[in-house]
Design a protein around this ligand. Structure first.
Ligand SMILES: *[C@@H]1O[C@H](CO)[C@@H](O)[C@H](O)[C@H]1NC(C)=O
Ligand SMILES: *[C@@H]1O[C@H](CO)[C@@H](O)[C@H](O)[C@H]1NC(C)=O
Ligand SMILES: *[C@@H]1O[C@H](CO)[C@@H](O)[C@H](O)[C@H]1NC(C)=O
Ligand SMILES: *[C@@H]1O[C@H](CO)[C@@H](O)[C@H](O)[C@H]1NC(C)=O
Ligand SMILES: *[C@@H]1O[C@H](CO)[C@@H](O)[C@H](O)[C@H]1NC(C)=O
Length: 425
């Protein structure tokens, strides 16, 4: 009796935890159904679980382990992600509603339609009430067969999420043969140039940091690329005054060594590490979400994340509207903070104040702390990167660090017109 009571209490508590966080946690729900463990595992691998958890009023059409294995053995993760996103309906269908479709047939939109990879009706699913109580599912593209049918209800949390089992995968025309970008074949600079991030792309190339990005492609990479406008914005410090090692850290700060599509960013509560992270809490980013909008915070200033330029597991590339300025290099935000260095001594030292006014022509607003140690560049990044050879250049001698002439020239050209030495507030 006592044990029974405790079990019940435990179950009740767990249910509360699951529901309280975000309305629902698809991973936790499906853990109770071993028949769908493969499906569940792929929701996690593709990060679709995060996307599902950020949404209300949805229906997941699940496939049992046999049907999933047949699918996943033949297709790369990027294709599996597209197929599974076609199985997440952006509407709530419980078994009753399935059997009460007006006119017996309807088209419903899916998560796949929201990816931008689905022209026309490709991201819609046709649900049709067939003779004899059978409900068929198929692609909404005219002429598609209703090859899949409803088999049973798995779980409902009205009207947030419904989970229904179907007999076979819904396949939209062309979805299986869509060019699957092999991650190592992703042309990062090509994508960035097309997305209006030419400055960032050329910095990655000239600094050699592109190699670090490329060596992370197979394991997972998320890039936050500042737009060309972001580099021209008032308040961007004179990056030409950074040492090569600092420039490398700054560029490595713009990517995270993991696949984080938008839904994952939205559900991220802990700080995320970047390629520049060289110790706990160093060079990390925090994320805030308001509705559909995701903002990154560096400790110096915020930057909004736009829609993905590229999103195919394990690589996501986003543009951001501000250069990400790590507080390790650029200090804390001067405006909202009180005095950066509260001086308790009565002696007024206004001229030595480390806090630069936003429009001052003061020298580089580098933090007074010693420059960050050269980041141990991750895997596969050879010592031949330009930064490695010039760590002894001084930070405020603009000519001093042009030991890698190409880098210096490009940085100088790009930033010569930029209003210098100002920190974003
Ligand atoms: C449905 O989701 C909303 C918003 O997330 C939440 O407030 C509500 O408690 C959820 N309902 C149930 C039954 O979980
Ligand atoms: C959802 O549940 C899984 C498995 O129980 C857990 O690992 C994960 O942290 C949960 N996610 C959230 C956002 O609570
Ligand atoms: C759904 O598909 C069936 C069979 O192809 C078709 O007859 C029906 O018109 C479609 N429904 C809609 C709403 O397009
Ligand atoms: C990547 O794209 C750029 C710009 O489109 C192009 O110049 C470059 O040759 C491409 N690199 C590879 C390896 O295809
Ligand atoms: C600085 O680096 C250059 C070449 O990288 C080297 O020749 C020189 O000795 C170094 N100077 C100091 C002070 O380490």
């Amino acid at each position: 009796m006592g044990a029974f009571h405790r079990l019940n209490l435990l179950h009740f508590t767990l249910s509360l935890v699951v529901i309280a966080v975000n309305g629902h946690n698809i991973t936790a729900i499906l853990e109770g159904f071993p028949d769908y463990s493969v499906y569940n595992s792929f929701l996690t691998q593709t990060k679709l679980a995060d996307e599902i958890n950020t949404r209300e009023t949805i229906t997941c059409l699940v496939l049992n382990n046999g049907a999933m294995s047949a699918l996943t053995s033949k297709h790369p993760l990027s294709v599996v992600k597209n197929i599974l996103s076609l199985h997440v309906l952006l509407d709530y269908y419980d078994p009753q509603k399935l059997h009460k479709i007006s006119d017996g047939t309807t088209l419903t939109t899916t998560l796949y339609q929201t990816t931008g990879n689905a022209p026309g009706n490709l991201g819609f699913v046709n649900i049709t009430d067939l003779q004899g109580g059978k409900v068929g599912f198929g692609s909404a593209i005219p002429g598609s067969k209703l090859d899949s049918s409803y088999t049973k209800s798995v779980k409902q949390i009205p009207y947030n999420i419904s989970i229904l089992e179907i007999s076979a995968p819904i396949i939209a025309p062309g979805i299986l043969t869509a060019p699957a970008p092999s991650s190592s074949g992703v042309n990062i600079t090509g994508l960035l140039e097309k997305a209006g991030c030419k400055t960032f792309a050329s910095l990655l190339t000239s600094s050699g940091v592109l190699k670090t990005y490329e060596s992370a492609l197979d394991k997972g990479l998320t890039v936050f690329a500042p737009s060309d406008e972001a580099f021209k914005a008032e308040g961007v410090p004179d990056l030409g005054k950074l040492t090569n090692a600092e420039q490398v850290s700054l560029l490595e700060y713009h990517a995270s060594p993991d696949y984080k599509p938008k839904g994952t960013l939205k559900t991220t509560k802990d700080p995320i590490s970047t390629l520049a992270t060289n110790g706990a809490g160093k060079y990390d980013l925090t994320v805030t979400t308001a509705g559909d909008s995701v903002t990154l915070h560096t400790g110096v200033g915020p930057s909004r994340v736009a829609e993905a330029v590229f999103d195919s597991p394990p690589v996501a590339i986003f543009t951001v509207d501000n250069v990400l300025l790590p507080s390790e290099l650029f200090g804390k935000s001067p405006s909202p903070a009180p005095a950066p260095e509260p001086v308790s001594s009565p002696s007024p030292t206004p001229s030595l104040s480390p806090s630069p006014s936003p429009m001052s022509e003061a020298p580089s607003p580098l933090a007074a702390s010693p420059p960050a140690p050269p980041t141990g560049t991750p895997v596969g990044s050879p010592a031949d990167s330009p930064a490695g050879s010039s760590e002894n250049s001084t930070s405020d001698n603009a000519a001093g660090h042009v030991s890698a002439p190409l880098l210096g020239t490009i940085i100088f050209t790009v930033f010569a017109t930029v209003v210098s030495s100002v920190i974003l507030s």
